[in-house]
Write a protein that binds this ligand. Structure first.
Ligand SMILES: Nc1ncnc2c1ncn2[C@@H]1O[C@H](COP(=O)(O)OP(=O)(O)OP(=O)(O)O)[C@@H](O)[C@H]1O
Ligand SMILES: [Mg+2]
Length: 354
């Protein structure tokens, strides 16, 4: 087990910088998720921690050791990839034991570790099979098992569930979270799926274009997104966001006026981006009028898309069986649930905590 620290880490390919000044300290035992859209530098950063990519600038430390220039094998990390990378002609047992044999561990120790990992991941019945005789979820567990037997200081997982169907993803997500709880080893998990990030992480690192946008606990990031990008990336359905300005005590977006309440004290006329989450509207209160266009029944909740003063938005409310296209609902956005951003920089304008 170990802390991990990245100090001013940079990755360049020729003139192109794909990771900019990345700073992060990961506590021993923490589960950190790197989240962001395709191409934002998640895998590159992970691979630099693993030693699979050269670092163009900065340092990487694992457990008080500067590992910046160490070979991957000397970093005591284990990495699980999206495509599992199992040896097709070896049995599951051999796949899991292979790295330990290379490391010249005694036979008995190898048997013990494989047996333990197989038990933990429910692979005991499968040890004699070949990878092609397994389902996707089983192969994923083997890939985890192969990492587990190495007793690494750190687990690095790069989109390990993206080849699985939706249902299996949820199950494996729970299994990985449970595994982390049991073994307590630091994990860095890469995904572009915000639900995975929200459900699994102690802290999420949100990236865009090689730049860290925000680091924080899932609910902190949900409650107080640092900028417009984070606001739209975290949360499903997406936050409603509009460009407008401050007009007296309201946020004014074209014809729509949203009361700002007591916070924040902003100068009249200041240009802002204003946002609220679909699940935070209070229907039946306030003066805003929402015209339903589409109703999606999710079971517990009803998701509606429609317009307010001609502006497209989504609202998510408690189950309503009666709603249909053309219905009009009055709604309010509670004070404290409104997100305000500087229109030019996209940065959050802080409001007093409630
Ligand atoms: N060898 C390379 N030469 C030049 N650019 C590269 C190279 N490898 C990666 N890149 C670029 O670096 C950026 C970051 O890539 P990276 O693989 O880290 O993204 P990612 O966040 O993991 O995306 P994804 O979700 O698609 O896996 C991308 O813009 C990519 O095109
Ligand atoms: Mg990637």
């Amino acid at each position: 087990m170990a802390e991990i620290e990245l100090r001013s880490v940079v990755k360049k390919y020729g003139a192109l910088t794909v990771v900019h000044d990345f700073n992060l300290k990961i506590e021993d035992g923490e589960f950190v998720v790197f989240l962001g859209p395709s191409g934002c530098g998640k895998s590159t950063t992970l691979r630099m921690i693993a030693g699979l990519e050269d670092i163009s600038g900065g340092t990487v430390r694992i457990g008080n050791r500067d590992v910046t220039h160490l070979e991957p094998k000397d970093r005591n990390i284990a990495m699980v990839f999206q495509n599992y990378a199992l040896y097709p002609h070896k049995t599951i047992y051999e796949n899991m034991a292979f790295g330990l044999r290379l490391a010249k561990l005694p036979k008995q120790e190898i048997e013990k570790r494989v047996a333990e990992a197989a038990k933990m991941l429910d692979l005991q019945e499968l040890l004699g099979r070949k990878p092609k005789q397994l389902s996707g979820g089983q192969m994923q567990r083997v890939a985890l098992g192969r990492a587990l037997v190495r007793n690494p200081d750190v687990f690095l997982l790069d989109e390990p569930l993206s080849n699985l169907d939706a249902k299996l993803r949820v199950r494996m997500r729970e299994e990985i979270a449970a595994l982390h709880q049991r073994i307590g080893t630091s994990m860095i998990y890469v995904t572009h799926d915000q639900v995975e990030a929200m459900t699994m992480a102690d802290r999420i690192v949100i990236m865009k274009g090689g730049v860290v946008q925000q680091v924080g606990a899932p609910l902190r990031v949900y409650d107080k997104p640092a900028n417009v990008f984070v606001a739209s990336f975290i949360g499903s359905p997406e936050m409603n966001l509009f460009e407008g300005r401050v007009g007296g005590s309201d946020a004014v977006v074209q014809e729509m006026r949203i009361p700002l309440g007591r916070n924040p004290r902003l100068t009249d006329g200041v240009e802002i981006t204003v946002g609220f989450r679909p699940e935070h509207v209070q229907v039946g209160e306030g003066d805003l009028k929402f015209t339903v266009n589409l109703v999606e029944q999710l079971g517990v909740q009803t998701l509606c898309s429609g317009t307010c003063n001609g502006l497209f938005m989504r609202i998510m409310i408690e189950r309503r069986d009666d709603l249909k296209k053309g219905d009009v609902l009055s709604f309010a956005i509670p004070e404290g649930k409104l997100h305000l951003f500087d229109k030019s920089t996209g940065s959050r304008i802080d409001q007093a905590d409630k």
